[in-house]
Design a protein around this ligand. Structure first.
Ligand code: UDX
Ligand code: ADP
Length: 486
């Protein structure tokens, strides 16, 4: 950048997409930069209404600390609306933060990202932007998506420049590394902020925003493609660690080793490190599987089938792990769960979030329902409507006080219902499965629970949250992930 040139000053930001990434990220930017007006826009009116709700318990997503940030900034310099055109027109900088799920049909189906929302968004920016606009990819995108956005913006420039006042665009990639459940802390204290682009003035304008609260040495600048690929690679590396430790866990179970001891032993090697070595029911969330499949697609596209297979094996092991847990529940319950009551504790893909995208609980519950089980589901944050969407099966009424089976159950069909507390979920159950590491599951009083269950009763702890001694001395049988001890 020309050192004489004053940096571009950003007065107004528009973020398109008020989801799990856009909402919290813009809330923290607005909180830390009171002089910038931040407008978050979304097509989904009910989501916008939820972001504007007076009762902060009704925000569309649950994140610890989010309510405090919203309370400080909303109405001051943070605004949620569906005024997409106005938002873009007035913005010096537009974040694209829309959903990019895996394609369900057509070319690249099951692997490539579906970019139709990004494309629609780019066209909206192309149509409404005025003057110079910095366009920032925030959604995780396949490498070289920036080129597609650039092409759309350029094309609109050429067709409109005759009639309208001059417009210009700079494209940046600024992937978000926040993890759900710790989003506010991750945004306020990031390990790094990555900004990729070719236009150094635009890069510095965005860097100045982050520098309001992030140390300058944590702001990394790269070219566009490195930035896009770094995000996919970071997620692939993290997911690969989880599949590795889950693979080790299965070996521990048959050899008498304990995966927690192994994790500790290998994690103390400073080259390996301690984090992301918790074995569990497999990774979920909106990113890991989608991003790896994206990487797999890219590798095939660029003629690297061996590399594609390597990354695909990380997802395959994860899928296997989820089916494995459902299978071992059936095996331990005398080979059948038809008509049996099973309690699923935890449906979110991890604790401290209401997000269920790709949650291991979905596949495990579906497998057990398929086997004819009667499942009661308790999760402190996930709503019944969401579980119905995820399982693709409507909830059944809970059994009556006597625990009589419904007609569907008598016919051998699997059913499920939701409960509002742990006790109701467990009442009359043959087994309970812990699938999310919610804090309250660490404090279950096993003596009180054991008397509610039908014996011999099992605890399947896929998150290793229970105290094995307390469970066993309450007269319950225990399977714990990665635990080969009897
Ligand atoms: C992830 C990345 O961490 C984040 O940087 C990126 O921006 C988005 O994707 P997220 O999916 O929100 O974040 O949560 P994360 O904490 O990474 O957990 C993902 C899944 O892995 C969860 O299902 C979690 O339970 C599981 N997990 C995580 C394990 O099974 N073991 C571990 O040791 C860590
Ligand atoms: P993420 O986890 O990446 O934040 P979400 O699905 O939670 O993804 O949120 C993406 C949001 O983007 C949704 O609320 C969706 O309605 C919104 N969205 C998608 N396309 C557009 C668009 N063209 N204009 C405005 N909002 C959009």
């Amino acid at each position: 950048m020309d050192s004489q040139q004053p940096p571009i000053k950003i007065n107004t930001i528009c973020c398109i997409g008020a989801g799990y990434v856009g909402g919290p990220t813009m809330a923290v930017i607005a909180d830390r930069c009171p002089s910038i007006q931040v407008h978050v826009v979304d097509l989904n009116q009910s989501r916008i209404n939820a972001w504007n709700s007076k009762d902060l318990n009704q925000l569309p997503i649950y994140e610890p600390g989010l309510d405090e940030v919203i309370k400080r900034a909303r109405g001051r310099n943070l605004h949620f609306s569906n005024e997409i055109k106005k938002g873009i027109q007035n913005a010096d900088l537009v974040f694209i933060s829309v959903n990019t799920p895996t394609k369900k049909k057509g070319l690249g189906s099951g692997q490539a990202s579906d970019l139709r929302w990004v494309e629609a968004c780019s066209r909206q920016v192309a149509e409404f932007a005025q003057g110079h606009t910095i366009v920032v990819e925030k959604s995780t995108l396949p490498v070289r998506t920036a080129a597609a956005i650039q092409t759309i913006l350029k094309a609109s420039n050429q067709t409109q420049s005759k009639g309208k006042s001059a417009r210009s665009f700079s494209i940046l990639s600024n992937p978000e590394f926040l993890a759900e459940g710790t989003a506010i802390n991750d945004l306020e204290n990031p390990d790094r902020v990555l900004i990729g682009g070719e236009d150094s003035e635009a890069i510095e304008a965005l860097a100045l925003i982050y520098m309001k609260w992030v140390a300058p040495e944590k702001i990394l600048r790269t070219n566009l493609w490195s930035s896009e690929l770094s995000k996919l690679s970071a997620n692939a590396f993290l997911a690969q660690r989880i599949s590795s430790i889950n693979a080790v866990a299965s070996l521990c179970e048959v050899t008498g080793a304990d995966v927690r001891e192994v994790s500790k032993a290998i994690g103390t090697d400073s080259r390996i490190g301690t984090r992301f070595l918790n074995s569990g029911p497999g990774f979920g969330g909106s990113c890991f599987q989608k991003d790896i499949l994206n990487l797999v697609y890219l590798c095939h596209h660029f003629g690297l089938p061996e590399v594609a297979d390597y990354w695909e094996s990380v997802v395959n092991l994860n899928t296997w792990q989820q089916h494995r847990i459902a299978k071992l529940v059936v095996k331990n319950l005398f080979g059948t769960v038809t008509g049996k009551r099973l309690a699923v504790l935890g449906f979110a893909f991890k604790a401290d979030t209401n997000d269920t995208r790709e949650s291991p609980a979905i596949r495990i519950s579906k497998d057990l329902i398929e086997e004819g089980a009667q499942i009661s589901i308790f999760d402190p944050k996930v709503k019944q409507k969401q579980i119905e969407i995820d399982l693709g099966i409507a909830a059944s009424p809970p059994p009556n006080k006597k625990g009589d089976l419904s007609q569907a159950a008598l016919n051998g069909e699997g059913t499920w219902w939701q409960t509002s507390n742990i006790r109701d979920a467990i009442d009359g159950a043959d087994a309970l499965l812990i699938l999310t590491e919610w804090d309250e599951f660490f404090h279950i009083q096993w003596d009180e629970i054991a008397v509610l269950m039908r014996h011999p009763a099992w605890v399947f702890d896929a998150r290793a949250v229970v105290d094995p001694v307390a469970v066993r001395s309450a007269g319950l049988k225990l399977w714990r992930i990665g635990d080969g001890s009897e």
